[in-house]
Ligand binder design. Structure first.
Ligand SMILES: *Cc1c(COP(=O)(O)O)cnc(C)c1O
Length: 404
């Protein structure tokens, strides 16, 4: 009985196959490589009932993850995050069936932990000694933390404007960290050049190695499992590089082929910020790829990706599922952070709040129906973004009184 039924890698553009048991980057066509599994053997080898009895981490789906040797798994207990009903907030926006998958309760406080856990585990298994990446903050933090646990080195380059806490996470876990006066694409160029000079160091930039998607796809498996192996009508996802959406779409296809879910697919929504909407622009224009957006800005830092390597896969997932793409403003994001915390007691990240604002708009336009089951991914905890809440309260003198 195998721990993993990984069979090969496949170019997401040409379908050409690649050896999964050596370190790989992108395909010859420059496109992300997708991990493929022997789904017949998975179907014969494991059942949904068996999975239900396993530990509450994303490794419960290990047959569908790339790590071959269970001893190579690097884990901090990630996965099986709560699926919370949002009765007050949902009713107020006219979607009583609104649910939130809360990735704020995962190691490092964002869903980047999923990609890092699986990516680092597989890198270690394949003999990589250090990982290097550009990041808007959270990915660098997560990969540094997991690399430390796996005994690997890490090199991280992030924009000076990235959330301050993520720098500290890199530093505390022993990463080699550099800040760049620019955006994530500038950081990417610096990492590319550095990796050339460092043998054993792998460039694990978004979608430039095949296994971050595999970690993030587990959100799709968990959503189905937590809903009793049913899929919701709609899933809203905050798309920067879009890895989570690509992963959830991949999970849905795999589960359908396994017979674990029926034929119906959830409609996948790519949510972006009005100050950086390349996927939304391409979707509306009917294009298969996005164009680099100049002068991008948004407080939802995870969404500040001017042009994503996997844009065509995001657009494919959105279109094939009958979904849509929509951009919301920073004002709407801040209002959603506050409204949700006040209504439900959960402080979510700006990226998750963007999805709440998008759900509201799509309900108003009638794209979401009142009776639909809608899952919003909150990709991180609001505690990592203290500056999204303004505190302007009175300071009392020591001998003063609290107003009646
Ligand atoms: C990275 C990030 C995103 C966007 O994820 P992609 O995989 O790049 O689309 C969303 N939310 C948070 C909190 C993030 O850190």
């Amino acid at each position: 009985m195998s721990f993993s039924f990984l069979s090969h890698l496949e170019c997401s553009r040409t379908g050409e196959t690649y050896d999964a048991d050596r370190v790989q980057g992108v395909s010859e066509a420059g496109a992300p490589l997708l991990a493929r599994y022997d789904l017949d053997r998975v179907r014969a080898g494991v059942s949904r009932e068996e999975i239900a009895g396993r530990a509450n981490t994303l490794w419960r789906y290990h047959e569908l993850l790339p790590v071959r040797d269970s001893a190579k798994v690097t884990t901090l207990g990630e996965g099986m995050t709560p699926m919370l009903p949002l009765p007050s907030y949902g009713a107020a926006m006219g979607v009583p069936g609104l649910l939130m998958k809360d990735e704020g309760l995962i190691p490092t406080g964002t869903f980047k932990a999923r990609g890092a856990a699986v990516g680092v585990s597989r890198a270690r298994e394949l003999g990589v000694t250090a990982v290097a990446m550009p990041t808007n903050g959270n990915a660098g933090a997560a990969w540094s933390v997991y690399a430390a646990r796996a005994g690997l080195g890490s090199l991280v380059v992030m924009p000076v404007d990235a959330p301050g806490i993520t720098r500290r996470e890199c530093v505390v876990s022993g990463a080699e960290l550099y800040l760049v006066d620019g955006l994530i694409n500038h950081a990417g160029a610096l990492v590319r050049a550095a990796v050339e000079e460092r043998p054993g160091c792998q460039d694990v930039s978004t979608l430039k190695e095949p296994y971050r998607i595999e970690g993030k796809k587990t959100m799709g498996y968990e959503i189905a499992e937590q809903l009793g192996w049913q899929v919701p009508d709609v899933i809203l996802y905050p798309a920067g590089g879009g890895v989570g959406l690509i992963g959830i779409h991949k999970a849905m296809q795999e589960m359908r082929e396994l017979g674990w879910i029926g034929a119906a697919m959830p409609r996948l929504v790519a949510v972006q910020a009005a100050g950086c909407p390349p996927i939304v622009d391409a979707f509306e224009a009917g294009h298969d790829e996005s164009t680099l957006v100049k002068g991008t800005h948004t407080l939802a830092f995870g969404l500040n990706v001017p042009k994503a390597l996997g844009d065509f896969l995001v657009l494919r997932g959105v279109r094939e599922s009958g979904g849509t793409a929509i951009a919301v403003t920073d004002e709407e994001i801040l209002a959603a952070v506050r409204d949700l915390a006040t209504a439900e007691g959960v402080w979510i990240c700006p990226e998750g709040a963007a999805c709440m604002a998008a759900a509201r708009r799509l309900r108003e336009s009638g794209w979401i129906d009142e009776h639909e089951q809608v899952v919003v991914l909150n990709t991180g905890t609001g505690l990592k973004y203290p500056e999204t809440v303004n505190v302007d309260v009175p300071v009392l003198p020591r001998d003063g009184r609290v107003p009646a």
